[in-house]
Design a protein around this ligand. Sequence first.
Ligand code: 5GP
Ligand code: MN
Length: 332
Amino acid sequence: MTSNKKITRQAVSLFHRKIKEAERIAISGHINPDGDCVGACLGLCAYILDLDPKKKVDILLEPISEKFRFLAYADYIMQEKTEEEPYDLYFSLDCSDKERLGAFQELFEEARFTICVDHHISNQGFGDLRFIDADASSTCEILYDILEEKKISFDTAQCLYLGIVHDTGVFKHSNTTRKVMEIAGALIDKGVRPDFIIDETFYKKTYIQNQILGRALMESILLLDGRIIFSAIKKKDMDFYGIESGDLDGVIDQLRVTEGVECALFLYEKTEGQFKVSLRSNGKVDVRKIAEQFGGGGHVKAAGCTVEGNVRDIVNSISPLIDQQLEQGKDV
Ligand code: 5GP
Ligand code: MN
């Protein structure tokens, strides 16, 4: 356990006691699971089963990207509960609110005891026991703070490292603190290979993924004298290439690093007329505030929402809000 002022000793001992007492445990993360969410869910599962292999642990999570499937216990991920009775203990990881649990919200609410671990600033607090720290880079960083260092196995370490790598954009976002690097170092001491995790899960792309990235960049459009960039992929094109949302990871990051750009938008059509919008900021726009106006959320520099309409109308309704913030000229 590293020091974290937001986490009390009592809360940590209750966390460990609840795991010890529970027989049937469930772990869920947010819909459309990303690296931090997957790392947190699988890392906690590995930690619990390393302590006691007889425990029953179900990971109730939407299907994960192929690139994460090498992690231990990835085959524990399921979309249907296996138990009739409510779970003794249920973890919500990396979810800013209960709705983000998607189909598993009800099971979470029915559980005998619930624990929430999250780092989203918008998290108002839910669950019987809460570990919420918006200063943490990732949910995996908070988990590292809670877990007993000497009981963290290679399997757990690999998952936590993955989560930190993904939510810090490979140790480069502003949430990359000295503490983050020290935790990463401790996880490397457990045997984690940074080159493997970073290349396999972050940079490596299939041929099709590279093609769609190229297409999204080629079709991108600059607005507001080049301070906003956006690109969009329609459902019919996703169907044509045979790709899913996970294949679009990285598009928004590449848009964001376009010279002169303050804010990047990437839209893909989830179902006809309904777009998932990703927003990224280079420091002058609080994109969470904008995403929240459309029912979404996230962080100051990385946020998302789902909006009905066509690409032009959606971009036209978001870009004035970005412009307004840019006019104020404040750093976020
Ligand atoms: P991404 O653009 O990568 O999907 O999401 C960036 C950040 O915004 C992540 O922290 C994610 O959890 C959050 N986010 C994305 N979409 C939504 C949404 O619809 N609702 C909320 N509350 N957060 C979102
Ligand atoms: Mn996260």
